[in-house]
Design a protein around this ligand. Structure first.
Ligand code: ADP
Ligand code: GLC
Length: 481
């Protein structure tokens, strides 16, 4: 089976969030399983070239792609995913991708990713490589199914090609003004476009992906159900319900070669279910690095996150202060994003410098150390398609407190000290009382060392390896084929 994966971010080359981890791991594990998998992504100016060697693809040089009568030239560089045979094709078009960041609010944002979609199809044609499945990810590659029905419908190469649109986050849809449709190459195909939108003067990439992909997947079963409701559907719930026979939820896997306390290259002390001594040493190390006082009996809470509306940090605003005032705890926060959340965590840091450390920025090393050194991980998301950090946390015995939504609901179960079952703390209602209840529950069990050990063991036994999850994708590919 030939599989093309198209993604706007891929680890270890470019990343803003979990999409990058998932795209990279999917490529790696499909390749381990013996499939011919090729990944496609833009070559940004900030793409990291450290991990592997890049080669220009001789057959894919200055390919002209016509938009509105003008040629946009794309070349391709190829690099292997580290520790894998899977090749990544980097679409190089500096005028579009050299912007100092992956996503922009520039006027040609629509074009940057329409070019990605078409460059993938043009590259396949030049290589005469026929993908059986094109696995598109989020709005940035969601036009591929429509392009296959229109501009690329004539060629035999794609005669047997099926498409999957994986939704990692429905809140980002790629919604633009309707006047771009002719520039995108759909002048002859208005009848295939969403008619109400066309009349309203808008054009939505994700919507057309949902309309035309052979199957739609999303990254947890709960999110697959949630997005069919008005509360979580971001205006696309009716369309998703209409396509519910072709909509599948598959929880993300984790690359345990990267995220595993037994072999993690980025943490100072390794540990496992059978020998937890390293965890305490990592806790000490984490607090030393963040210049917070260490006490093995004081629980350390960790946060690693984009600081955005989705992640629910507004719930902290009312409740965190009283906890910090009355209870001896440490809070280590790594993240960046919206001003209001950055300011909030900075003010906690300033007010309680002995208890709180806010690292405003991005650091993969610190992300690993927080997973390894914290006792409790906070993820009170408003919505969460899957979420990776709570799954990493389970493996590191760092007990997650989560809101019951999306992938958080599918991976974390409330701990019951009486039966000894469960691997974390789960609150249902998105309000500050819910989160406060979760934190109180965690503090109560923390004080019962035996129960806490049981909880850690339950958490660390969870297995969300890609080896396991990849079979579900292969099943889906076979199903659409
Ligand atoms: P999302 O994709 O919505 O941001 P996920 O939980 O799926 O949420 O994935 C987030 C990924 O990004 C994880 O690998 C996490 O470790 C990483 N991450 C988020 N913020 C930071 C940061 N400030 N520094 C380092 N890694 C981060
Ligand atoms: C998105 C979601 C997150 C998910 C990630 C990878 O960024 O917000 O929940 O884990 O994609 O699928």
């Amino acid at each position: 089976m030939n599989i093309a994966i198209v993604s706007s971010e891929i680890v270890p080359f470019a990343k803003t969030g979990g999409l990058a981890d998932v795209s990279g791991a999917l490529g790696k594990y499909l390749s381990f399983a013996g499939y011919d998998v090729r990944l496609f992504t833009p070559m940004y100016d900030m793409t990291s070239r450290d991990a592997t060697e890049f080669q220009p693809a001789e057959d894919l040089r200055d390919i002209p792609i016509v938009f509105g009568g003008e040629d946009i030239l794309c070349s391709v560089e190829i690099a292997k995913l580290p520790d894998s045979e899977a090749e990544v094709y980097f679409i190089d078009s500096p005028g579009l991708y050299d912007r100092g960041k992956i996503y922009t609010e520039d006027g040609d944002e629509y074009l940057r990713f329409a070019v990605l979609c078409r460059a993938v199809l043009e590259s396949c044609q030049h290589l005469e490589w026929a993908p059986d499945v094109i696995h598109c990810n989020d709005w940035q590659s969601a036009l591929i199914p429509l392009y296959l029905r229109t501009l690329y419908a004539w060629g035999e190469l794609f005669g047997g090609t099926k498409t999957i649109l994986a939704i990692h986050n429905l809140a980002y849809q790629g919604a633009f003004r309707g006047s771009i449709v002719d520039h995108l190459g759909f002048a002859e195909d208005h009848s295939l476009l969403h008619q109400d939108d066309l009349r309203a003067g808008v054009f939505n990439y994700m919507k057309h992906g949902i309309m035309y992909a052979n199957a739609i997947s999303t990254v947890s079963q709960t999110y697959a159900a949630e997005i069919q409701t008005p509360e979580y559907g971001e205006g696309l719930n009716e369309m998703l319900s209409y396509r519910s026979d072709a909509l599948f939820g598959i929880v993300n896997g984790v690359d345990y070669e990267e995220w595993n306390p037994e072999g993690d290259m980025l943490i100072p002390h390794h540990y496992s279910l059978d020998d937890l001594q390293g965890k305490v040493k990592n806790k000490k190390n984490l607090l030393e690095q963040l210049e917070l006082p260490y006490d093995p009996n004081v629980p350390v809470f960790g946060i690693v996150s984009r600081l955005v509306y989705q992640k629910g940090f507004d719930l902290f605003c009312n409740i965190m202060e009283p906890f910090l005032r009355h209870i001896d705890l440490r809070l280590c926060v790594l993240g960046s994003g919206a001003d209001e959340y950055e300011k909030f965590f900075q003010s906690l840091n300033d007010q309680y410098p002995e208890k709180v450390c806010f690292y405003n920025g991005y650091s993969n090393e610190l992300a690993h150390l927080i997973e390894a050194g914290a006792d409790i991980f906070l993820m009170p998301s408003r919505y969460e398609p899957c979420g990776l950090n709570q799954i990493y946390s389970l493996k590191y015995g760092t007990i997650p407190i989560v809101r019951k939504t999306g992938g958080l609901a599918d991976t974390v179960q409330q701990f019951n000290p009486e039966t000894g079952e469960g691997n974390g703390f789960v609150f249902e209602d998105f309000n500050p009382h819910g989160l406060a209840w979760g934190i109180e529950q965690a503090l109560e069990v923390w004080n019962d060392k035996k129960a806490w050990k049981t909880l850690m063991k339950n958490a660390m036994s969870a297995n969300w390896s890609w080896e396991k999850q990849i079979d579900k994708y292969v099943e889906l590919y076979e199903r659409v084929m």
